[in-house]
Design a binder for this molecule. Structure first.
Ligand SMILES: Cc1cc2nc3c(=O)[nH]c(=O)nc-3n(C[C@H](O)[C@H](O)[C@H](O)COP(=O)(O)OP(=O)(O)OC[C@H]3O[C@@H](n4cnc5c(N)ncnc54)[C@H](O)[C@@H]3O)c2cc1C
Length: 338
């Protein structure tokens, strides 16, 4: 166990924001986590669990203990005729976990290829892309309660997954450390190519026989062409959620703005493309200092080098205000603010 003092978090967050953590410790097992918490509880009052740092915006120094999750390991814990139950340590890199599943021909997570971050954070906001969310493949997770110092198992219902939401993002925020996640994957591939862009990319790739590997590669190609590589330009992917509104509100907006982009959600709601709303307000490609709105996708806020977290946050405030003024819609941040 090693607790270091006054550590820059710049290498630990995809936005590349340079803030200082008062204390910083990595843990590789539940025992080590317990040991750190026992020791640090004597003098620390705030903890922050960090995975890959790809969904967090630091706006100030962190006056507490950052716990960097490094619990590794991937194992099949059960199987039946159709499914395999595969458990990943929370500190495993998500994309590497996806590649492991593809290599073993376990299907279900290929549409989620190339999402940055770690296994442990995948249930935090119910990560999703190209027609699949974690809740579709989730079996259970184990989480360590920071105060009670006990492990608890959460099943699908107990996680209360929603669109980029779970109990861990709201109700139990900062109370639990997720230490492992078990997914239920298909042994015989079940393909999900419902997303138009995947179909088009597969055609472009000249794929004749569909495989999970081909879907993964299609997703990688699409993502690489649209999103900035966070290792080159700091970002946390979509900064805002796509707002959900009532169908009748959508029809009213469509009457005024015929080009508005929305996708039906069930019978009564429509999910609006937040990127379109932001673009219409003139933010796409905007830059002030090193804080900006990405030129290829307005939903992504970026740090071109030395932006401060507050500058990115202020930009997000300005965007929220202008979208509200123009369309009457309040955008919500997807990224965690610390
Ligand atoms: C270029 C880019 C593209 C992206 N595309 C997508 C996308 O398509 N879909 C999508 O859903 N997301 C996307 N994201 C967001 C991000 O990749 C995911 O949210 C990812 O799951 C974050 O993982 P992380 O390990 O980096 O989490 P972190 O950023 O380290 O943490 C995120 C939050 O979870 C908490 N946390 C992390 N690990 C644990 C744990 N083990 N226990 C308890 N709390 C924990 C942290 O305290 C923090 O509040 C993208 C990000 C980038 C940079």
């Amino acid at each position: 166990m090693q607790i270091r003092e006054n550590i820059s978090l710049k290498p630990y967050n995809a936005f590349g924001i340079d803030v200082i953590a008062k204390s910083f410790a990595s843990f590789h097992s539940v025992e080590e986590l317990k040991e750190i918490l026992d020791f640090s509880s004597l003098f620390q009052n705030a903890q922050l669990v960090l995975g890959g740092g790809s969904n967090i915006l630091f706006t100030k120094n962190f006056d507490g203990l950052v716990l960097k999750n490094e619990i590794k390991g991937i194992e099949v814990v059960a199987e039946d005729e159709e499914h395999v139950y595969i458990k990943g340590g929370a500190g495993e890199n998500w994309h590497e976990f996806v590649l492991y599943c593809i290599d073993h021909n376990y299907s279900g997570v290929e549409n989620l290829s190339l999402i940055p971050g770690n296994v442990g954070a995948s249930p935090m906001q119910n990560i999703g892309a190209y027609g699949v969310e974690i809740k579709d493949v989730f079996h259970q997770l184990e989480a360590f309660h920071i105060l009670d110092k006990e492990l608890k198992t959460f099943n699908l219902n107990e996680c209360e997954f929603g669109y980029r939401e779970s109990v861990f993002k709201r109700k139990y925020r900062n109370q639990f450390v997720i230490v492992s996640v078990t997914y239920k994957l298909h042994k015989k591939p079940v393909f999900n190519t419902s997303y138009g862009a995947i179909q088009q990319e597969l055609e472009k790739m000249g794929i004749e026989e569909l495989t999970i590997n081909a879907i993964s590669q299609a997703v990688i190609n699409i993502r690489s062409s649209k999103l900035p590589d966070w290792k080159e330009i700091g970002n946390a992917g979509s900064f805002f959620k796509n707002p959900r509104i009532q169908q009748h509100e959508f029809h009213e907006l469509k009457r005024i703005y015929p080009g508005i982009v929305g996708f039906p959600v069930g019978e009564e709601h429509t999910k609006l493309a937040a990127g379109w709303l932001i673009e219409q307000c003139g933010w796409k490609g905007y830059r002030k200092g090193d804080a900006g709105c990405f030129s290829k996708q307005a939903l992504v806020l970026v740090n071109y080098g030395n932006a401060k977290g507050e500058e990115i946050f202020d930009l997000s405030e300005a965007i929220i205000h202008s979208v509200k003024n123009r369309f009457g819609i309040k955008l919500e941040r997807e990224v965690n603010i610390a």
